[in-house]
Ligand binder design. Structure first.
Ligand code: G6P
Ligand code: MG
Length: 214
């Protein structure tokens, strides 16, 4: 196999926190007097907190000053943290843990590559911090996906070359980021949304290492 490492997105790949992000953004939209649909939410996947807020405000046709925006982002995050604070270990998506264990048994390195500043909190709640050789999250990057930064930093820390990395992503921006990093991209979810991915899977249940053959 010509793969040395796998890099996993967090929200929507390892756990279904996308639904909690959606609930918190919807709550904010409703408070501001407009609705926010599940289809609209697709545009926020993989997108940083402030960029997400800007998209939300564009949908609601609101123009606000920077200070108000920072306060709103903070408010959304406090609701989101409230939702994830009661997360249990069993909220890890089916098959993910086994798949990562299989990678480790086969000496394939494992990294997290997420835009979220709440990554550590979530990994701890799921009790899987130790599964990762390296964790690159929203606290450690300056450019959001589709920039390749988060993935390149992961490869660098793992001391592997980008062309020998596979990224697992549920967001279009994330798949693009992986391709911009010159890595293989496995889309987790809908092939129509993730049309730039090299391969598509619906989830990790019963997934074998054959997926890493390109
Ligand atoms: C991930 C999620 C996005 C979220 C971003 C920042 O990429 O897919 O929906 O906006 O992380 O998350 P944070 O927890 O820092 O607000
Ligand atoms: Mg995601």
């Amino acid at each position: 196999m010509n793969i040395d490492a796998c890099i996993f997105d967090l929200d929507g790949v390892i756990c279904d926190t996308a639904k909690y992000h959606y609930l918190a953004w919807k709550r904010l939209a409703n408070e501001l007097g407009f609705d926010f649909s599940i289809e609209d939410n697709e545009r926020l996947k993989g997108v940083s907190r402030m960029d997400s807020l800007n998209i939300l405000l564009e949908i609601g046709e609101k123009s606000l000053d920077e200070e108000t925006k920072l306060a709103l982002a903070e408010k959304k995050n406090s609701w989101y943290v409230e939702y994830i604070s009661v997360m249990k270990k069993d909220e890890i998506l089916p098959g993910v843990k086994n798949f990562i264990l299989k990678l480790r048994e086969n000496n394939i390195k494992v990294a997290l590559g997420s835009a979220s500043k709440n990554s550590m909190r979530i990994l701890k709640a799921l009790d899987i911090v130790n599964l990762f050789d390296c964790i690159v999250d929203g606290n450690r990057i300056t450019k959001a996906k589709p920039s390749p930064e988060v993935f390149l930093k992961g490869a660098e820390e793992l001391e592997v070359s980008p062309e020998r990395c596979v990224v697992f992503e549920d967001a279009a921006a994330g798949v693009e980021g992986a391709k911009n990093a010159n890595m293989f991209a496995v889309g987790v979810g809908d092939a129509n949304v993730l049309n730039k991915a090299d391969k598509i899977i619906s989830g990790f249940e019963n997934l074998t290492l054959e997926i890493l053959e390109f």
